[in-house]
Design a protein around this ligand. Structure first.
Ligand code: TTP
Length: 398
């Protein structure tokens, strides 16, 4: 099945992490986010991938090359990010005249569910949630033991079902002629309008996905890492001191160094060139990127430290995302829990948004520097290159 992978979006809700890199290239365990969707697609039966790229496309092209997981890769450039239907239209000259699958390059799919989707064509992937009113919700109908989608509605006050649209589709060949949709209420050209047409013209199965994660906001990047780090098998290749204690599914890559007195509880991935300790405590699910440094007596819990991030001695980092080359001065402490026990809130595109998580720390763009003994409040976002003074308590984004 020819498969279009959408990877042209600007990822504005993921700022500051996408200030200088495309969202599909954000690290999720041992590979970029979009590589997970691409791999799942190939296992499900993608015979060829057409990647739609646009915003900061060079690293995407470089990573995927012209072949990925044994299937050919082509690229379509979407110059203006005008919506998902527009993105597929940009790829249409590269499609043959058969049916085609479309997947978001910023979502994680479980392979079994995706295989079922590919086998059920035409079909849309659906996911059962408790709060469908926040999503695109499918109208469904049961016939002969199968569930079919009959339409879709965006963020309805009164949801027609608890099955939401995952943005994973297998369209019939004719849908290539339906991509020319009008602007939606939010001013985009959207694939949901193509889905609506497909539901009118054919029987579109609503395939329930066992697991699915849309990675749009920083805490979802943490959740993506929790998922994929949880699938790693223990492998200790780096230089590990005899007095370190490595527990559970932990990967220490060749070229990583773990010093004396370090305790690592999986799932955790310590990438090549990273150094930990002495006497540090790493708790899952944590990923330390290439060349990251975690110093003496530091505790890192459920966090993503991108390449070159450094945390100085006697610091605590919990439930946080640190961009490339972030430098935490000694004694930097991250708060990750509110006294009222309410979910931590983060500003996304200027709007205070619930993460839905009781525990969430901070998001730091590339190159953030904190002075010694900085306290960072739960939910704070520091943009790339921001700094704090020694002893500062940071309660607001900067
Ligand atoms: P979105 O998550 O809706 O958009 P985005 O990735 O740009 O993020 P944000 O809203 O934070 O700015 O996009 C869903 C998928 O579709 C994602 O994989 C990116 C892709 N996409 C395109 O390829 N072209 C587009 O014009 C749009 C809007 C999205």
């Amino acid at each position: 099945m020819q498969t279009v992978l959408l990877a042209a979006g600007e990822g504005t809700r993921m700022r500051p992490l996408t200030a200088r890199r495309p969202k599909p290239m954000l690290p999720v365990a041992d590979r970029p986010l979009a590589a997970h969707a691409a791999e799942s697609a190939v296992s499900a039966g993608a015979s060829r991938l057409v990647l739609v790229v646009g915003y900061e496309s060079e690293p995407v092209r470089e990573y995927f090359g012209d072949e990925f997981a044994g299937v050919p890769v082509e690229y379509a450039e979407q110059t203006d990010q005008r919506g998902t239907a527009d993105a597929v239209r940009a790829a249409s000259s590269q499609l043959d005249d058969g049916p085609f699958a479309v997947l978001n390059g910023d979502a994680l799919y479980d392979e079994r569910s995706l295989s079922t989707l590919y086998d059920a064509a035409p079909a849309v992937g659906s996911y059962r949630v408790e709060n469908p009113e926040n999503y695109g919700v499918l109208y469904t109908e049961s016939r002969g033991g199968d569930t079919f989608a009959t339409g879709v509605i965006e963020k309805p006050a009164d949801p027609p079902s608890d099955l939401i649209n995952t943005g994973a589709y297998v369209f019939p060949a004719e849908a290539q002629a339906w991509l020319d949709v009008g602007e939606s209420e939010r001013g985009e050209l959207e694939l949901t309008d193509v889905l609506t047409r497909a539901c009118e013209e054919s029987d579109v199965r609503a395939v329930p996905f066992d697991r699915w994660l849309d990675v749009g906001r920083p805490w979802e990047l943490l959740e993506a890492n929790e998922w994929k780090l949880g699938e790693l098998e223990r492998e200790l290749l780096g230089d590990i001191h005899a007095d370190a204690d490595i527990r559970g599914s932990v990967v220490v890559e060749e070229g990583a160094e773990i010093d004396a007195g370090v305790v690592i509880e999986g799932p955790a991935l310590i990438r090549s060139g990273a150094t930990v300790g002495p006497n540090a405590y790493i708790r899952g699910a944590t990923m330390l990127g290439d060349g990251a440094k975690v110093g003496h007596a530091v505790e890192v819990k459920n966090s993503l430290l991108m390449a070159g991030a450094t945390v100085g001695h006697l610091s605590y980092v919990g439930d946080s995302v640190l961009g490339r080359d972030v430098n935490f001065g000694a004694g930097t402490n991250v708060a990750n829990l509110r006294h009222d026990d309410e979910p931590v809130r983060v500003r996304v595109k200027g709007e205070s948004t619930s993460t839905g998580r009781r525990k969430f720390g901070v998001v730091c763009g590339d190159g953030v520097k904190t002075g010694i003994d900085t306290n960072l409040n739960a939910g704070v976002v520091l943009s790339g290159g921001a700094s704090t003074t020694p002893g500062e308590s940071v309660l607001r984004d900067r």
